[in-house]
Write a protein that binds this ligand. Structure first.
Ligand code: ZN
Length: 195
């Protein structure tokens, strides 16, 4: 009769240590929204913005247009051999929830190539006459042919094809257009400066 009692005591003995460790582990985990050490901010805008396209408030890493970021080949529109960025990059922690900031229909992104990550999303809004390209996404919840409503969870931000860390590249093109049909996307993002 003694043995089981001793066994129970042995099993229960580490319990206080475990109970102590749980809050310590919680305290030690990195804070939510921790900066990604791979991020490099080429935009002078240090404002964190909220948007219907994402959860939380995030800073611009590379703006639309000519940039000194080295990832893009020299563009005739830009001086000093700078390249042209066709969308805007917002630095956000890996896994940040992404939403459809505008309604539309998901169309095939197969022709986009690998630079936008393994699962880029293309959402076509016929009324506005544009395609929204959501790049470096993972855990994509929608497929070509799906209708998405504004505010719908569509994917999560990741570093897929993004050596400069987890971020959202959002690009706006004329519906059915290519890279040369990209336009300034800001007016479609409904940005608000976070306090
Ligand atoms: Zn980008």
């Amino acid at each position: 009769m003694r043995r089981p009692a001793r066994l129970a005591a042995r099993l229960l003995a580490p319990l206080p240590a475990v109970l102590l460790a749980v809050p310590l582990l919680v305290a030690w985990s990195p804070p939510a929204g921790a900066d990604d050490p791979r991020w490099v901010f080429y935009s002078r805008d240090t404002t964190a913005y909220t948007s219907p396209w994402w959860r939380g408030a995030h800073r611009t890493m590379i703006g639309y247009g000519c940039t000194r970021a080295s990832y893009y080949s020299p563009d005739p529109r830009c001086r000093d051999g700078n390249g042209f960025h066709h969308g805007v990059d917002y630095a956000m922690p890996c896994g940040t929830r992404l939403f459809a900031g505008r309604a539309g229909t998901v169309v095939s992104s197969a022709a986009l190539g690998p630079a936008y990550g393994v699962r880029p999303l293309l959402i076509r809004n016929r009324r506005l006459g544009v395609d929204f390209l959501v790049a470096h996404a993972v855990r994509v919840h929608v497929a070509p042919g799906d209708r998405v409503r504004r505010g719908q969870l569509i994917a999560r931000a990741s570093d897929s094809a993004a050596p400069d860390g987890c971020h959202l590249h959002i690009e706006v093109r004329r519906a059915g257009g290519g890279l040369d049909d990209a336009r300034r996307p800001i007016r479609y993002l409904d940005l608000e400066a976070a306090r």
